[in-house]
Design a binder for this molecule. Structure first.
Ligand SMILES: [Zn+2]
Length: 360
């Protein structure tokens, strides 16, 4: 490039940036402080209490222009690997120098689950890390951790995206959840993100934000606090499949495009499959061995055999039947079962999303 042309380019760049507002302050979550145009890496420290301390990894990506604060959180179930790896990759895919607003990424809330390969719960205190919000700073490790997530991630965020990945025992088809609380502007903002994210099955879940206990999960806690909320899930049974991984990374980038934080063209889903949030689960009534007879994503009729069980010596103990008509959103992906273990989940297919109704 000649000197003359490069000086013209410089003048244009200066004029372009002067026309846009700049973000000047830094942004801190835990030990991660990001100045504009940078990515900071750190952790939220949970001090020891009645049980051990915990360090929750967090990255903060501070854009150069003002804009929303979006939090991506995964790994409340620490063996839902696809979502955890996707959030790792997402950090590297966002160029802070091209970003408007701020992105918080916490890929692994439940480190003890990841480190000991314990599905569903935090093995330290046996509590669910997506069912004890808003947490309690004087409680056990899960409660202390969720109190910190509420204060340091949920409160400063405008948008909260909760990622899941089909747990070790879940052979799961990908979907998003549209959580609705009956507030029109908040609900339609959430729907836009679900349509932008791109997973073509959307589970519609109506909650009453004013109900006692309505805010026990990350998504409902955020909904209660007026945030725009999205939940997306892809992955299964410990396998990190490239297609699932890609859908979560690209979907998350689509969220940032949809919000105008990244220069990214986003196509909205035109014809998603709508599923009812109140699906029907079949739980095991005893321990033993489970064999699936249908795959995830199979349309089933009420009473149809979807699996069978045996004792440990191979003697049949029963058939497992679909509890309702609908789609198998996930089916048990491993042989082990115990009393109350989920064997299959079937969600009714809806003609459309319908309107919000108070859950009874
Ligand atoms: Zn999960």
């Amino acid at each position: 490039m000649s000197r003359r042309i490069s000086s013209v380019v410089c003048v244009l760049l200066v004029l372009g940036s002067a026309a846009r507002a700049q973000q000047s302050s830094s942004f801190t979550v835990g030990s991660a402080t990001a100045s504009p145009g940078t990515t900071a890496y750190g952790a939220i420290a949970i001090a020891a209490g009645s049980d051990s301390a915990l360090s929750i990894p967090v990255a903060v990506i501070r854009g150069v222009r003002p804009g929303p604060v979006v939090a991506f959180v995964s790994g409340s179930h620490g063996t839902e690997y696809t979502s955890i790896i996707a959030m790792q990759k997402l950090i590297g895919r966002i160029d802070a120098k091209r970003l408007g607003g701020t992105v918080i990424v916490a890929p692994l809330v439940n480190r003890p689950s990841f480190e000991s390969m314990t599905p569903h719960i935090n093995p330290v205190d046996r509590k669910g890390m997506n069912s004890a919000y808003p947490g309690d700073s004087t409680g056990t490790q899960t409660q202390r951790a969720l109190a910190a997530v509420t204060q340091q991630i949920v409160l400063p965020a405008d948008v909260v995206v909760d990622l899941h990945g089909g747990d070790l025992d879940e052979d799961l088809r990908p979907y998003s959840y549209w959580f609705r609380g009956g507030r029109a502007a908040q609900d339609s903002a959430g729907l836009k993100l679900a349509l932008a994210f791109g997973l073509d099955h959307i589970i519609v879940t109506d909650v009453d934000p004013s109900a006692a206990n309505a805010g026990r999960t990350l998504s409902t806690q955020a909904l209660q606090r007026g945030k725009t909320v999205l939940v997306a899930e892809a992955g299964r049974s410990g396998v990190v499949a490239p297609a699932d991984l890609n859908s979560l990374v690209e979907g998350s980038l689509n969220v940032l495009g949809e919000l105008g934080m990244l220069n990214r063209k986003v196509a909205h889903l035109q014809h998603p499959v709508w599923l009812a949030g109140a699906g029907a689960r079949v739980a095991a009534d005893s321990g033993g061995v489970f064999f699936a007879a249908v795959a995830r994503d199979t349309h089933v009729k009420k009473g149809q055999i979807v699996g069978h069980t045996t004792d440990y010596l191979g003697r049949p103990t029963g058939d497992v039947r679909a509890p309702i008509d609908g789609l198998v959103t996930f089916i048990r992906g491993v042989p082990s079962m115990w009393p109350r273990a989920t064997l299959v989940n079937v969600a009714p297919v809806l003609p459309g999303p319908g309107v919000w109704t108070v859950a009874k």
